[in-house]
Write a protein that binds this ligand. Structure first.
Ligand SMILES: [Zn+2]
Ligand SMILES: [Zn+2]
Length: 373
């Protein structure tokens, strides 16, 4: 994180600015960076908090004097940093108090409401299992899921005869201000009368009973890009639950699960597998057929290949998520010792053994001795 900016610099004012100038500077910034105007914009949110913190310090004569003498260090210990603005709710309360409310033309006085309109629907989370072959090429999968959909009968309105809730004045939330030894504490809870909708309905929709949404089963097509990995998430905007009373839909979060593969083991974009090769094939060298995700290919084995040797097949692994490169397929050569030999095979192997004892009298036995001693 960057070093904390000077409060005067944050508000764009001079050191001798008076309270009116401080207020006016803060108001300009707060309106510009307000989360309602910049939904989902983290930078704007940070700017908004930064301005609120600067305002909190400079609008208080005592804190300002402390800040002027000691800088940010002087602010520590007087409540731990952004004094009085430990969370968003507090910033908004202060905001309403300072500017008397309706800067953004909201209904209900606009006193520090974080959101407007009916609440957004909840996000939905599902797991989706894909095979390595599907990860290799990318795949479109159909999934069935239950979710709240906007009610078709009333277009999400919940019925007719809509009235602004009298308990919360359309806010959907009720705030209680408690006085305590430490100052005022603001509690915000969902309105018990309208359950957060901000309105009540005279003639409720028969289909959704006034909620504006119904639980339904839907079938969705989900495009899984090539190269995904276990625990990757795909986010489908607006495919979660519909919000009550016509509120926006949440998102669908798809957690990728990788199906276990019989043949291949995955490490990043590389794949690993093992093939059993007869003793004669590694001794003499030659070509063997090996499986890849893309079908069988020929793999050349040099004469004299040792057991457990790892052979690399470039670009036969998985693609990366960006589609820039492909990993390798590593094939471990496992030499298979023949069993249930025929008499002809035994005869040939015995003859071979004699030849080897003459041609390489030491190598094999010496190695064996060092192994066991
Ligand atoms: Zn209400
Ligand atoms: Zn309805």
């Amino acid at each position: 994180m960057a070093a904390k900016r000077d409060y005067y610099e944050v508000l764009g004012i001079t050191k001798d600015a008076d309270l009116a100038a401080i207020k006016s500077a803060y108001k300009k910034l707060a309106v510009k960076f307000h989360p309602d105007k910049n939904p989902g914009d983290k930078a704007a949110e940070e700017n908004f908090k930064e301005a609120a913190e600067a305002y909190g310090a400079l609008s208080d004569a005592q804190k300002r004097a402390q800040y002027d003498r000691f800088g940010h260090a002087g602010m520590q210990g007087s409540g731990g940093g952004p004094e009085g603005f430990s969370n968003f709710e507090d910033i908004f309360s202060a905001f309403g108090d300072i500017f008397g409310g309706d800067v953004f033309g909201r209904q209900g006085g606009g006193r520090g409401r974080v959101r407007s309109g009916p609440p957004r629907g909840q996000d939905l989370q599902i797991a989706l299992t894909v095979t390595l072959a599907e990860i290799d090429k990318g795949v479109t999968k159909k999934v069935k899921l239950k979710r709240y959909n906007k009610c078709g009968s009333c277009a999400g309105q919940g019925g007719t005869g809509k009235h602004t809730c009298t308990v919360c004045a359309g806010q959907g939330q009720v705030r209680q201000v408690q006085s305590s030894f430490f100052g005022q504490i603001v509690n915000v809870t969902t309105c018990p009368e309208c359950m957060g909708a901000g309105h009540t309905i005279k003639s409720k929709c028969a289909t959704c009973h006034g909620s504006g949404r119904n639980q339904e089963e839907v079938t969705l097509s989900i495009d899984v890009p090539a190269g995904v990995e276990e625990s990757n998430y795909l986010t489908l905007r607006g495919e979660g639950h519909a919000g009550p009373s016509g509120g926006a839909s949440g998102d669908l979060l798809v957690a990728i699960k990788e199906a276990k593969d019989e043949t291949f083991e995955r490490r990043g974009t590389d794949l690993y597998c093992q093939v059993e090769v007869p003793y004669t094939a590694v001794a003499l060298g030659g070509e063997i057929r090996v499986a890849t995700l893309d079908g069988e290919v020929d793999l050349k084995i040099p004469a004299g290949t040792q057991s457990e040797k790892l052979m690399r097949l470039r670009n036969k692994g998985l693609p990366d998520l960006q589609g820039h490169a492909r990993g390798s397929l590593y094939v471990k050569i496992h030499v298979h010792t023949p069993e249930n030999l025929t008499s002809r095979e035994i005869e040939l192997l015995k003859e071979l053994e004699k030849v080897q004892e003459n041609d390489h009298p030491k190598s094999f036995f010496q190695k064996a001795k060092t192994f066991f001693s």
